[in-house]
Write a protein that binds this ligand. Structure first.
Ligand SMILES: Cc1cc2nc3c(=O)[nH]c(=O)nc-3n(C[C@H](O)[C@H](O)[C@H](O)COP(=O)(O)OP(=O)(O)OC[C@H]3O[C@@H](n4cnc5c(N)ncnc54)[C@H](O)[C@@H]3O)c2cc1C
Length: 505
């Protein structure tokens, strides 16, 4: 039961196309990871896969157009999460958008695609996550990229070229695409845009294979909790009460909703669950280890007209280390041809932004339930700047970014820094501007961490400890957050999960 819908002529599933009662494998969440996983798993015709997604169609202009994703915030395509007030950011609460739509957060993200650093994944393997080292993952990236087809934008905005040249003048190494796992340097990132349109993971991984007979995709299907018999998961319960049985359930619901679904089903910190009246089934550190990247804008006045080409897409970036003794990059500086992440950064003004960010924060936060009712508000506490080294890294990132802004390559473009302005120069003043203006980079991860120790929720095969027939495959399993934007790694996790499961059948 499929229908053709929308002006793009893409076949979209009807809400809940047919009553489902049984599957071999249920995937919950058609986001970055879930779409990649559904594609790979259903490549085996003997595996009956059901993909359940809470949101609806991605057939909307604001999703297709790479320029409009900010307009999706606070709509029905967004879960509309908000953090708790953050002591480290002047008691501000931060909007934490998450896609509630086919494609998940890949339908409203910035479309930047980066694999990550070799050191990110070798670090996971060193913590006991066998098979997750860089060499082992290279074929996984190559496999998923045959579907996702990320590419450097062409043509490039000439201001982006000037920004990369300025970074080279400031001492950064010239990089090509960062694909080789070595980040230090400045260059072009890839994007998930094809023919001028967003290529989200639903479009990349599901639309081309959606007629496979062994794959059923149900949108508008919110999973309320897991069905369990003793310590074995036997299916899911939808928000309307309907049950679907399965041989195995894989949660791909992201860094906030995967811990939610575990905890609401009794899998999580036993004392916290009991306090909410949830009978604890398995005591695990679910919802711990929340890690997120942070960024802030340094906005420059431009004396030249800035082309609208690729506006709102980040075409280029630079990576660096906040201290020379670090073994990996912990700073990512993005370049934007619009004014961003500054007060009154109206994009009709000729301004551009150098965006310093930190990618290896030491602060760790939590995701907690606030009640035993499925769907109730989550308490999301990223605990920004809890660790003092994070502010030091942020200050170093701001100073490095400013050194780029002062180079000759930008002389014909800018008359100087507009925000925060030259008077913000001491560490104290920079720290204060950061606390008042810093934003999440929208990369939450790590809340169902993979590993061997008591701080882990899943093993290296993504199986939840202490429970049969339940895995997690999404950004929540990252033991340490990757040092780049998280969509590429999340997609890889879903893709690799498919290989792990098929290999074990
Ligand atoms: C504004 C913004 C900009 C970003 N820009 C970039 C970028 O440019 N580059 C980059 O690399 N990363 C970017 N990211 C981050 C990146 O998109 C995410 O890290 C990645 O998409 C996470 O993938 P995931 O599979 O873990 O979760 P998601 O893609 O969020 O998938 C989770 C899916 O599960 C569904 N779901 C949740 N709960 C339920 C339930 N109970 N029942 C059924 N379905 C459910 C959701 O609706 C969603 O479809 C950005 C994020 C945001 C918000």
């Amino acid at each position: 039961m499929r229908e053709k819908c929308g002006k793009f002529g893409i076949s979209c599933p009807k809400p809940r196309p047919e009553p489902m009662t049984k599957a071999d494998i249920i995937i919950v969440g058609a986001g970055s990871a879930g779409c990649a996983l559904a594609n790979r798993l259903s490549s085996d015709p003997s595996c009956k896969v059901v993909l359940l997604e809470a949101g609806g169609t991605d057939d909307r202009d604001a999703i297709r157009s790479p320029r409009e994703y900010f307009s999706l915030w606070d709509t029905d395509a967004d879960w509309q999460y908000v953090s708790t007030p953050q002591r480290g950011t002047a008691n501000r609460s931060h909007k934490m958008p998450r896609g509630k739509v086919l494609g998940g957060t890949s339908s409203l993200n910035g479309m930047v695609y980066l694999r990550g650093a070799q050191s990110d994944y070798d670090g996971w393997a060193a913590q006991g996550c066998d098979g997750w080292d860089w060499e082992s993952l290279l074929p996984e990236f190559a496999g998923l990229e045959t579907w996702l087809k990320p590419a450097v934008l062409d043509p490039l905005n000439e201001l982006s070229r000037a920004l990369v040249e300025a970074a080279i003048e400031a001492g950064f190494r010239r990089s090509s695409t960062f694909d080789a796992g070595v980040l230090d340097g400045a260059g072009w990132n890839k994007s998930c845009i094809i023919g001028g349109e967003r290529y989200n993971n639903h479009r990349a991984f599901i639309v081309p294979i959606r007629n496979r007979k062994n794959l059923t995709i149900c949108s508008h299907s919110t999973v309320a909790k897991l069905l369990m018999e003793a310590k074995k998961v036997t299916g899911v319960v939808l928000s309307g009460g309907e049950e679907i049985k399965a041989g195995e359930v894989i949660l791909c619901t992201g860094a906030f909703d995967s811990p939610r679904l575990l905890m609401i089903s009794g899998i999580g910190p036993a004392a916290d669950l009991a306090a909410l009246g949830i009978s604890p089934q398995i005591d695990l550190p679910v919802g711990e280890n929340l890690t997120d990247h942070l960024l802030i804008g340094i906005v420059y006045n431009s004396q030249r007209a800035i082309s609208d080409l690729n506006a709102l897409c980040t075409e280029s970036c630079a990576f660096a280390r906040s201290t020379p003794t670090r073994s990996d990059c912990d700073i990512e500086i993005s370049f934007a041809t619009k004014p961003h992440f500054a007060p009154e950064a109206h994009d009709d003004v000729q301004r551009f932004t150098i965006i310093p960010g930190i990618t290896k924060p030491k602060s760790r936060g939590t995701v907690r339930l606030t009640s035993a009712t499925p769907g109730a508000r989550l308490a999301i506490d990223p605990n920004y700047f809890d660790h003092s080294d994070d502010m030091k890294a942020m200050i170093a990132a701001v100073r490095l970014s400013r050194s780029i802004g002062q180079q000759k390559a930008l002389a014909e473009w800018t008359t100087g820094e507009w925000w925060p302005g030259a008077s913000v120069e001491t560490d104290e003043k920079i720290a204060s501007y950061v606390r008042e203006g810093v934003s999440t980079w929208f990369h939450p991860a790590g809340t169902c961490r993979m590993g061997l120790g008591p701080d882990s929720v899943v093993d290296a095969n993504l199986r939840v400890y202490g429970v049969e027939s339940l895995r997690i495959a999404d950004a929540s399993i990252m033991p340490e957050i990757v040092g780049v934007n998280t969509h590429g790694a999340s997609t890889m996790i879903g893709w690799k999960a498919g290989g792990l499961i098929l290999g074990g059948r």
